[in-house]
Design a protein around this ligand. Structure first.
Ligand code: ZN
Length: 194
């Protein structure tokens, strides 16, 4: 199956690049331990450009909320993060351009813009903190993007703002399976990488 093999190799290469962009290589650990590694890597090889094009559109939507001279140089990629971390996204301000990584398997697609906006705010202030200057940038983004705006922001609410729905099985997306939603009263929240 040469096509599949090519896709697998592309997926493998992609994850190696992502390891270099993560805060530490172990944050992208699919290469080591996961049962469905071959399926996931092949799926990534075949589909990652489409997914990244969507994230790129959301990144540009965030950029549009700022004057060109205020925008920082940023890049964004979708990647399955080590599930043990419980992270839906992270921002690595040590790279140039600043890197935003989103585990789109952990977030329902309607929530992708929300987590991109959250990580964008970190990237914009070049800080992992959820402090007042982060709140100012995030509020500006929420207004500009039509996302739920913050009331009285506290550090706790800022950590998981804007709210979105997590997926039930994070790796299902990466295996190319249809989405299954988490139902019930679970509080929508995400743990940012920062
Ligand atoms: Zn955060």
């Amino acid at each position: 199956m040469p096509t599949d093999l090519n896709a697998f190799r592309r997926g493998l290469e992609y994850l190696h690049v992502m390891q270099d962009l993560a805060l530490e290589p172990g944050m992208v650990n699919l290469l080591e331990s996961v049962r469905d590694r071959a399926i996931i890597l092949t799926w990534i090889g075949e589909n990652i450009d489409t997914v990244n094009a969507t994230l790129q559109r959301y990144l540009f939507a965030c950029h549009d909320c700022f004057h060109p001279q205020e925008r920082r140089s940023m890049q964004i990629f979708a990647v399955p993060l080590a599930q043990s971390l419980g992270l839906d996204g992270l921002c690595n301000i040590a790279t140039n351009p600043i890197t935003i990584l989103i585990d789109v398997g952990r977030v329902s697609p309607e929530g992708w813009l929300s987590i991109v906006a959250h990580e964008y705010a970190h990237a914009h202030i070049a800080s992992p903190g959820h402090h007042p200057s982060f709140a100012v940038v995030l509020s500006h983004l929420c207004l500009g993007l039509g996302l739920q705006t913050l009331g009285e922001p506290t550090e706790w609410t800022l950590r998981s703002w804007p709210p979105y729905t997590p997926t039930l099985t994070p790796l299902a997306f990466w295996r190319g399976e249809p989405e299954r939603r988490r139902t019930g009263t679970a509080r929508p929240s995400f743990l940012s990488g920062n």
